[in-house]
Every structure is written in structure tokens, then in C-alpha cells.
Design a protein around this ligand. Structure first.
Ligand code: HEM
Length: 200
């Protein structure tokens, strides 16, 4: 292993799996919002009953465990880079400020997955299976939490990258700019998604 230290090895290992599980999670988040939500609207009750109970539990399995493992590897990275004795990056630095934005938004997103979206989806899927649809407020709560996660995801990734690559600029307008550009990107993707042609 040459002159690699154990801290360096753990750090790159945690980063590797943190990003792999992050791709799994956020990729499925975008699939739900930009593909599946529009596709589901085209299904009649009969097709929904066939498609949803087969598709959604499988997709939601990787979605929620992707979120959990991203979060756990994220906590491991927080420990190795910011908290471990002798290896602390300062929370009161540009790197520290960006990771507070990234990890803060990431935490809200993880919470939404496990405590709003997943419990809501279980009720929605069981409702479709049994022909007893879940109450409208459960459906809209889950959809809103998912939409909020899409809007948080774009600045969240900036925060991760800025901290990871030690971007040293942290004036307030960077934070506002990143959140505003992220909101335009997310809303543009929703608009485009609604217009994607099914002609091939
Ligand atoms: C769920 C809560 C999350 C927490 C607590 C968290 C925490 C962290 C921490 C502590 C770092 C290291 C930053 C540094 O070196 O200063 C990091 C890096 C990173 N995270 Fe997260 N993260 C979370 C979610 C995500 C998600 C959902 C993604 C999506 C892909 C992601 C992508 C990244 C990337 C790309 C890096 C930079 C890796 C590098 O440059 O080496 N993170 N994260």
C-alpha cells in the first residue's frame, strides 16, 4: 500500500461508496419525478393495479436503502474529516460552511425519504393493491416531500463538491446563487419532463 495512511484509505473508501450510493438514491429520485410521475398519469386503474405493485416496491427498496447508506457513509466522512482527533477540518471555514449546507440539505432529504415518502408510498401502493386508494393528503404529502428533495438535491451536490474539493469562497452570494440556480435547474427539468415525446 506504499505510504498510504489508514486515514487516507478509509477516507477514499468512504467517499467511493458515499458517491456510489448517492448516485443510486438521487438517480431514482429523478426517475420518480421526471419519468415515473408522468408515465403513471397515463395508466388506467386496471394497468395501475398490475404495474405499480410490481415496479414501485422494487424501485423504493433501492431508493430508501440508497438514501440510508449514502447518509451513513456521509456520517463516516464527517467523522474522518471533521471530528476525528488530529484530523479536524474546521466547521468555521469555507469547507466547513459548504459541508454544513450539503449535509444539512442531505439530512432533510434522508429524513423525508424515511419518514414521509416511504411510509406514504407504502399506503399508496397497498391502496392500489386492495382497491382502497390512500387519502389524497397522504398522496400529496409524499409528492411534495419528493419535489422538495429534487429542489434541495442540486445545491446539496454543490455543497458536497465545494467541501470535497476545498472551494475556498463562501461569501453569502455564493450560497444564494447556488440555491437559485439549483431551483431554475430543477424547475426546468420538471417542465421538460412534462413535454418529452414518446415518439421514437
Ligand atoms: C445524506 C446526507 C449526507 C451527508 C451527511 C454527507 C456528508 C458528506 C461529507 C462529510 C463529505 C466530505 C466533505 C469534505 O471532504 O469536506 C461528503 C462529500 C461528498 N458527498 Fe455527501 N453527504 C450526504 C449526502 C450526499 C448525497 C445524496 C450525494 C449525492 C451524490 C453526496 C455526494 C457527495 C460528493 C460527490 C462528495 C465529494 C466527494 C469528494 O470530492 O471527494 N452526498 N459528503
Amino acid at each position: 500500500m506504499g505510504d498510504a495512511t489508514w486515514t487516507e484509505i478509509w477516507n477514499i473508501f468512504f467517499r467511493w461508496f458515499h458517491v456510489v450510493f448517492g448516485i443510486l438514491w438521487i438517480g431514482l429520485l429523478y426517475f420518480f419525478n421526471f419519468v415515473n410521475a408522468i408515465f403513471a398519469k397515463t395508466l388506467d386503474a386496471e394497468s395501475k393495479k398490475k404495474v405499480v405493485p410490481e415496479l414501485m416496491p422494487r424501485a423504493l427498496f433501492f431508493f430508501r436503502w440508497g438514501a440510508m447508506l449514502t447518509f451513513l457513509f456521509g456520517l463516516a466522512l464527517l467523522y474522518v474529516n471533521y471530528l476525528m482527533p488530529g484530523h479536524q477540518a474546521d466547521f468555521n471555514s469555507a469547507r466547513g460552511h459548504w459541508i454544513m449546507l450539503g449535509a444539512g440539505f442531505g439530512f432533510i432529504m434522508w429524513f423525508n425519504v424515511w419518514f414521509v415518502i416511504w411510509p406514504g408510498q407504502r399506503k399508496i401502493i397497498n391502496g392500489i393493491k386492495t382497491g382502497n386508494p390512500a387519502p389524497a393528503e397522504i398522496v400529496s404529502r409524499a409528492a411534495n416531500a419528493s419535489k422538495l428533495n429534487v429542489y434541495l438535491s442540486v445545491p446539496m451536490v454543490f455543497g458536497m463538491l465545494a467541501a470535497g474539493s476545498h472551494f475556498i469562497h463562501d461569501e453569502w452570494y455564493w450560497f444564494v446563487g447556488v440555491i437559485v440556480i439549483g431551483a431554475f435547474a430543477a424547475s426546468g427539468a420538471y417542465k421538460r419532463a412534462a413535454k418529452v415525446s414518446t415518439e421514437v
